[in-house]
Design a protein around this ligand. Structure first.
Ligand code: NAP
Length: 319
């Protein structure tokens, strides 16, 4: 039996984005020996972002992965036990709660769910065929493969503008494919994108499919079939890659319906970040589909940690 499985943990934090690390910092400093399970993408979505210009305290901006590594170091410094593994399922029917990874099972008096959200896909046949061979969801991760080439970004929100502006610095041409004729993105991001010379906006269009060459060792994307949203017309656009930026799906499926979620799968919390299960809290993009910022996720992580501290004190657990 691994060390981690022997005793009942005071609190297990699931997720390693700003919400999870912040909860770790607070609970570690409160001497509550938090254990944080990182999940498959250590550092969460911010590790796929470039310069963060709106996290207070960094007037020159901050590199996303570096910010996350600093948060991790800070949580560790104050006593958070970090486990580089993924929680696959939980049993919340009684306390202490049971949590399971692929090959271990252990218990905890309280849980903070900070598993964030994952990029949405369009579920087109070509998406699977050309995944990572011209179909991507992260320009910072994969954009450099398309230096000097032509790419498309799908979506009209801030994420799409951020991806498109990043790619415009590397690529010869960037199409932005949006299903309406008006961007959802904030004014500042939209204005910057609209003023970028090598960016072309393809309005009122959705992607019908991704096309390419599958005859070689690896599939290669060559274009997109666009479908008009105002009439039934379709057309082909030659691109070397498509970057999807059409929003996110909350990572709540592993909870198996034991925690109340809304229609889109976001966890429902009360003012104290508590879910419908006493002792189970949620923080960050897993419940917040409105603000979804690093700073708000960190704030929710702080709130959840302070509430867990109170909850544990009520249970007589103080260290
Ligand atoms: P979002 O604001 O929900 O935008 C998603 C975009 O994808 C929308 O334009 C939407 O079109 C489009 N879309 C959704 N489903 C689609 C489909 N099936 N087919 C085609 N298009 C589809 O998501 P986001 O851009 O990821 O932003 C999420 C939040 O994070 C926002 O609050 C945003 O402000 C924030 N954010 C901020 C920054 C920053 O400040 N640096 C960066 C990134 C994100 P419609 O417009 O027609 O709905």
């Amino acid at each position: 039996m691994a060390d981690n499985e022997k005793k009942i943990h005071n609190v297990v934090i699931i997720g390693s984005g700003p919400a999870g690390w912040t909860a770790g910092i607070y609970l570690g400093r409160a001497n509550l020996s938090p254990v944080l399970y990182c999940g498959a993408q250590v550092g969460g979505q911010l590790t796929t972002t470039t310069e963060i210009e709106n996290f207070p305290g960094f007037p020159e901006g901050r590199d996303g992965p570096e910010l996350m590594m600093d948060m991790e170091a800070q949580a560790k410094k104050y006593g958070t036990q970090i486990v580089y593994d993924t929680i696959k399922s939980v049993d919340l029917s009684k306390r202490p709660f049971t949590l399971r990874t692929e090959d271990s099972e252990f218990q905890a008096h309280s849980i903070i769910i900070a598993t964030g959200a994952s990029p949405k896909m369009l579920n087109l046949p070509g998406e699977k065929t050309f995944w990572n061979r011209g179909v991507h969801t992260c320009a910072v991760c994969d954009g450099s493969f398309y230096r000097g080439k032509t790419v498309a970004v799908v979506g009209g929100g801030d994420s799409a503008m951020e991806e498109a502006m990043y790619l415009a610095k590397l690529c010869a041409k960037v199409y932005v494919v949006h299903r309406r004729a008006e961007l959802r993105a904030s004014r500042i991001m939209a204005d910057r994108a609209l003023a970028t010379p090598n960016m072309e906006f393809l309005w009122n269009s959705t992607i019908a499919d991704v096309i390419g060459d599958t005859s070689g060792k690896f599939p290669k994307t060559t274009g997109l079939i666009l479908k008009s949203t105002v009439d039934e017309s379709t057309r082909e656009v030659a691109v070397d890659a498509m970057f999807l930026a059409i929003g996110h799906t909350p990572n709540s499926a592993f909870l198996g319906g034991q925690v109340e979620v809304d229609d889109a799968g976001y966890i429902v919390v009360n003012e104290a970040q508590q879910t419908n299960v006493e002792g189970v809290y949620a923080a960050g993009d897993i419940h917040d589909h409105v603000y979804r910022q690093a700073i708000t996720a960190a704030g929710f992580g702080c709130k959840a940690a302070l509430e867990v501290e109170r909850f544990l004190a009520r249970q007589g657990v103080t260290s």
